[in-house]
Design a protein around this ligand. Structure first.
Ligand SMILES: *[C@@H]1O[C@H](CO)[C@@H](O)[C@H](O)[C@H]1NC(C)=O
Ligand SMILES: *[C@@H]1O[C@H](CO)[C@@H](O)[C@H](O)[C@H]1NC(C)=O
Ligand SMILES: *[C@@H]1O[C@H](CO)[C@@H](O)[C@H](O)[C@H]1NC(C)=O
Ligand SMILES: *[C@@H]1O[C@H](CO)[C@@H](O)[C@H](O)[C@H]1NC(C)=O
Ligand SMILES: *[C@@H]1O[C@H](CO)[C@@H](O)[C@H](O)[C@H]1NC(C)=O
Ligand SMILES: *[C@@H]1O[C@H](CO)[C@@H](O)[C@H](O)[C@H]1NC(C)=O
Ligand SMILES: *[C@@H]1O[C@H](CO)[C@@H](O)[C@H](O)[C@H]1NC(C)=O
Ligand SMILES: *[C@@H]1O[C@H](CO)[C@@H](O)[C@H](O)[C@H]1NC(C)=O
Length: 296
């Protein structure tokens, strides 16, 4: 059964409003049974019906779990997923071998290993000072299982990884994707309809990883790289290509030619001027040279 008033309300809403609200996923849900069984059977029950026995990784999670479970004053004991197999081992959580234990976790004078064989842990859910505290117990004792069911699955986060917390799922998106479920590809600035040509895009609607190719109408030439691709940050990988007519292209080439001709003229003129200057400087030398030679 699902515990917690807020969760119950959400499920009621889902039932009332239809399945679309079922997508507003909460983080993992907690489930308990009133049947009491030993620790091994409790874990088996959790793995069969849900994800696994409950794992607690912070005082906040501990308090939250306790707030969801019904108070039981006569038999307030629930198995939790932390255990060890020998007296000198450290307490280890199931699942990922985490060894988290808070300063406030154990009940007073616990763990005491009273029977030298207390290798499992129960949590007290009652009123009073031991509420939410832990105690080491013999694994063969019958207690209520508390299980959790993870909400993250392969489809939770379209193009991202799913991270679960109390009552929440967050998706960490791959580069090029966005949205709370990483469902949307990043868009690049929309390409305006080009003059004298058409863009054809594939691999997305001008979104991440889509390539747009410019095809010019007959009589027109592409200036620039004809294909551009949308990058992960929403920027095209090159300048937008344009179509231009042969005439314009020729004019451009002619312009270029004219420019280079002009440059050539400049260059030649300057060179000429420089040579002239040199000649002017050298003339007297040349004039005096031979005469001194004649003199010498
Ligand atoms: C937990 O530790 C055990 C023993 O050291 C090892 O065999 C197991 O692979 C570990 N599990 C994880 C999920 O790290
Ligand atoms: C172990 O798993 C829990 C969730 O089940 C997670 O919150 C915690 O960070 C993990 N710890 C380590 C050490 O990986
Ligand atoms: C150890 O357990 C016995 C019963 O099994 C109990 O009477 C005794 O008080 C316990 N000792 C401590 C220190 O908890
Ligand atoms: C738990 O119960 C099962 C079935 O009754 C039994 O086979 C198993 O040995 C018990 N385990 C422990 C640790 O007491
Ligand atoms: C996967 O998880 C989402 C919530 O994150 C849930 O809505 C969906 O039904 C789940 N799909 C399967 C196949 O379990
Ligand atoms: C879930 O977590 C995200 C990011 O951590 C946060 O922005 C969002 O408000 C949370 N949703 C709920 C219902 O707590
Ligand atoms: C492509 O995206 C634009 C907005 O960026 C939208 O107006 C258009 O309908 C989309 N086309 C298709 C085929 O999805
Ligand atoms: C990008 O597109 C290519 C094919 O065009 C594909 O092989 C590749 O997996 C895509 N990358 C992503 C991140 O979607």
């Amino acid at each position: 059964m699902i515990v917690g008033r807020s969760l119950e309300m959400k499920w009621t809403l889902i039932l009332l409003l239809g399945s679309s609200l079922a997508l507003t996923a909460v983080g993992w849900t907690y489930h308990y049974s009133n049947k009491t069984v030993n620790w091994t059977e409790a874990r088996q029950h959790c793995k069969t019906n849900y994800t696994d026995m409950v794992v607690i990784q912070s005082q906040e999670e501990n308090n939250y779990l306790v707030s969801l479970l019904p108070d039981r004053d006569s038999s307030p004991y629930y198995w939790i997923g932390i255990t060890k197999s020998h007296m000198n081992e450290t307490w280890t959580w199931i699942g990922n071998n985490s060894t988290w234990i808070g300063n406030e976790s154990w009940a007073e004078n616990e763990p005491n290993n009273n029977h030298s064989t207390e290798f499992c842990v129960e949590i007290y859910v009652n009123k009073g000072k031991n509420r939410g505290k832990w105690n080491d117990e013999k694994c063969s004792r019958p207690k209520s299982p508390v299980c959790y069911k993870t909400q993250c699955n392969a489809t939770s986060c379209g193009r991202g990884t799913c991270q679960e917390t109390i009552e929440n799922i967050t998706c960490k998106c791959e580069p090029g994707f966005k949205g709370d479920r990483c469902q949307t590809a990043v868009e690049c600035p929309h390409l305006p309809q080009p003059d004298n040509g058409d863009f054809s895009c594939f691999g997305g609607n001008q979104t991440f990883n889509s390539t747009c190719q410019l095809k010019c109408h007959q009589g027109f030439l592409v200036i620039g790289s004809s294909a551009i691709t949308c990058g992960a940050t929403g920027v095209w990988n090159g300048p937008r290509p344009i179509c231009t007519s042969y005439k314009q292209a020729l004019l451009a080439v002619a312009g270029c030619g004219a420019l280079s001709a002009f440059c050539c003229i400049c260059f030649c003129w300057m060179k000429h001027k420089k040579r002239k200057k040199l000649t002017q400087v050298r003339v007297p030398e040349e004039a005096t040279g031979p005469s001194s030679e004649v003199q010498g």
